[in-house]
Design a protein around this ligand. Sequence first.
Ligand code: G6P
Length: 476
Amino acid sequence: MPSDLVIVANRLPVDRVTLPDGTPGWRRSPGGLVTAIEPVMRASNGSWIGWPGGSDAELEPFEDDGMHLVPVGLAACEIEEFYEGFSNATLWPLYHDLVAKPEFHREWWDSYVTVNRRFAERAAAESAEGATVWVHDYQLQLVPQMLRELRPDLRIGFYLHIPFPPPELFQQLPWRRQILEGLLGADLVGFQLPGAAANFVRLVRQRVGHKTHRDLVYLPDGRTVRAEAFPISIDAAGFQELAQTEAVTQRASAIREALGNPRRIFLGIDRLDYTKGIYARLRAFGELIRDGHFDVEDAVFVQVAVPSREQVEQYRILRDDIDRLVGRINGDFGRIGRPAISYLHSSYPREEMAALYRAADIMVVTPYRDGMNLVAKEYVACRYDDGGALVLSEFAGAAEELRQAWLVNPYDINGMKAALLEAHQADEKELTRRMKAMRRTISQHDVQAWADSFMSVLSETRGATHDKAVRPARRA
Ligand code: G6P
């Protein structure tokens, strides 16, 4: 049955996996996009189109926990060229400040176009007359334009979950103009931060030659496209509720116990990604032990690294680097039953994450560049006791809202060491003051508020036209 609300994202909220007994099963997909969209989708009645992971034969649409899920398959060569290649070895590093060097390959681009067309066709088939389609993230930037050509009756929104780079970097992309035109198929293009929306509008003016005014783009056919920031969030009440359950409370004390009841637990939880600054933060912690500020008898760093994009070369290199660093720090400073770093290369269910957040005294989130970082927000949501400290990179979108965190520059190891020490030494009054303020921010701006504000601006923007006589700006 065609839907009035269709979400289109590269990933479905569940990922097809092979269970230990060899049979196929489902697991929750990794990453911030799914964390944010899932609660919104549950509250509505729409369809979710996405890739179920793997290269299985085409799966039929199915219901999962009240959501209508529509799988789109990828062939093995498309996983290589569209997903690992163009999405995650070209766009991902390019959009994250070139933390790694992006690769440009023409075959990868061709595959990106083919797969985007498949998603657009599927969205066209699933949408009722006049439906709203909300397309998500960097893997699907051509879908808005392709979909508009197929179905001009639809209201189309696009949201980018990761940063949108400044023109100086974006310009490197050989297909820059096609990407901008792809996005302009939407009525509303949403970003995490105002700077990203401004980058996009400036690029459209310079590279496509459309006339723009503030957050509006005037297309020659009379259509108006709006580009605006909508900082994403989490289901704050849901996380708090989970953190307060008896099971999570008990599990949090069991974790502290298992770690030897140290005075201070530091915690990092990230996908194992080179943008996250895991290496630098562990080095800072190791040096603090070496310098005598911490002792392994009373401080431990728990680092959860969720496996991610393991076939992409940069991710393999990172994994080896971190394995080696953790081994060295533990070898140099650990004692029997007392490692300096407790390192877990695995993904965990939400309940375990909530227990870790509650057990941790100092949460350390130090990406070199991050669209938002929902882990930082989850930590705050779980600290209903107003306790705990957050050390947060200035380069995470979340730093714009969580001003009371200890803000750090992850490229500055000494600065990071100083912030870790300060957070470690802060008295209870100081911790409470900061946490209370951050909790107020998160409870006022939860994920439902984010989705509502996007949807309400989308409904105002749809159909907005302008006088076609507006003269196009000169092409740069
Ligand atoms: C980030 C991206 C998402 C992506 C997630 C997990 O949050 O913004 O689009 O789904 O990482 O990455 P993966 O490659 O496993 O989908």
